[in-house]
Ligand binder design. Structure first.
Ligand code: SAH
Length: 373
């Protein structure tokens, strides 16, 4: 199959209808108004939110504070099922699980659940596809299909939280601790839905899942207008900037939105976020052999970051099908780390969890299309 054919099949005909409305699309106050508009007492909204966010219950028949004959219809109206599991693949002895979800219009998105000794992280999608067109990223290849609704984003998190408490990962029942917006999509290009879902994650029970803001990471190509809006939210999330190179010339090709906002502007916006929230931000840097892994670039990056409150997360490139690019040589990666450290810049190399299950960046959704067509 040629890559053109893959692109064609990947972009299924998309239904024009919006996803069904879900309580996770609304604030706590709006949920009460929605309940009232459905002819229900406003307190039903709080009851259903409690079942959804606090008990993680998807069985309306167990909602004993709601009259039995009303449970199914209230659940349909306030918590319609927005994501349906197509398949899961696991690796690392089950500690990493990638779920492929089908949305109401047949669009596919994916999330990845990862259990570590000290935390459980879910990586979620904010869009089906992505419009940012970064040439090394599998999601970028097929373009943007559509934005996800706040409900569709939140459902991925709630499904992960449920999997944790139900003991679906080896090691027994646990709690979901971290959420990273590093699946498909550019979160700041779907700003309102992403922020609504962030509030659903961080609001205390029963309005949300009660997870601390610092445990939520928004990863962005560097949409400066989005970062500026985020500053006004007064919420101390973890911000991650996908920099990938310290020079504008190469970044214009690796992260094409760089032609709109240059590295200097992106880092200034991230610095302003750090100033307002007190949160150190991350710089993501996919190490690509002979493209951005030269020691002079490490040097330039070190100089750029040495006086900033940031840390660098190096990601060995996960090669995408058909791409000529691959991960850096071990010795080049080690040298890159050494140079950054010589500037006092904290640096970690991300583990490559989930590689064998097309762990990163749209690869499962793409391979599912190839498998089924
Ligand atoms: N759009 C957001 C979030 C998406 S992906 C962003 O760009 O930040 C999360 C991270 O994975 C980004 O840093 C992205 O650049 C990186 N990434 C994408 N494709 C990759 C690949 N093939 N190998 C390694 N990292 C990749």
């Amino acid at each position: 199959m040629s890559s053109d054919e893959i692109t064609l099949v990947f972009q299924e005909p998309v239904a024009k209808e919006k996803p069904p409305k879900h309580l996770a699309d609304y604030s706590a106050q709006e949920r009460r108004e929605v309940a009232a508009s459905l002819g229900l007492p406003a307190f039903r909204a709080t009851q259903v939110a409690t079942h959804y966010f606090s008990h993680l219950s998807d069985d309306p028949q167990s909602w004993s504070d709601i009259p039995a004959q009303l449970r199914a219809s209230i659940a349909d109206q306030l918590t319609p099922k927005l994501i349906e599991l197509v398949r899961s693949v696991t690796c690392d002895g089950g500690m990493t699980r990638k779920d492929l979800w089908k949305l109401h219009d047949g669009v596919l998105v994916e999330s990845v659940l990862m259990r570590y000794t000290d935390r459980v992280t879910v990586c979620i999608s904010s869009q089906a596809g992505c419009g940012m067109n970064c040439p090394f990223c599998a999601t970028g290849q097929a373009g943007l299909t559509r934005n996800l609704s706040a409900g569709e984003i939140t459902e991925q998190v709630v499904a992960a939280a449920r999997a944790c408490v139900n003991g679906e990962l080896p090691g027994g029942a646990t709690r979901l601790s971290n959420i990273v917006f590093m699946g498909m999509g550019e979160p700041l290009a779907n700003y309102n839905a992403v922020m609504r879902s962030v509030r659903n994650i961080t609001d205390p029970h029963p309005d949300g899942l009660g997870i601390s803001a610092r445990s939520v990471t928004i990863s962005t190509v560097g949409l400066v207008n989005g970062i500026e809006k985020l500053i006004e939210e007064e919420i101390a999330l973890t911000l991650a900037v996908s920099l990938h190179t310290p020079d504008d010339q190469l970044r214009d090709t690796l992260v094409p939105i760089n032609s709109r906002w240059k590295i200097k502007e992106v880092l200034a916006a991230a610095d302003a976020y750090e100033k307002r929230t007190g949160r150190r931000y991350s710089i993501e840097y996919a190490l690509i052999r002979d493209i951005n892994d030269q020691s002079w670039r490490a040097d330039l990056l070190g100089r750029l970051l040495k006086n900033r409150n940031t840390h660098v997360n190096l990601i060995p490139l996960n090669p995408t099908p058909g791409s000529k690019w691959t991960a850096s040589r071990r010795e080049d990666e080690a040298e890159f780390v050494r140079i950054l450290e010589s500037y006092g810049v904290p640096v970690t190399v991300r583990d490559t969890r989930g590689r064998e299950i097309d762990g990163a960046c749209g690869q499962l959704a793409a391979s599912e299309k190839i498998r089924t067509d």
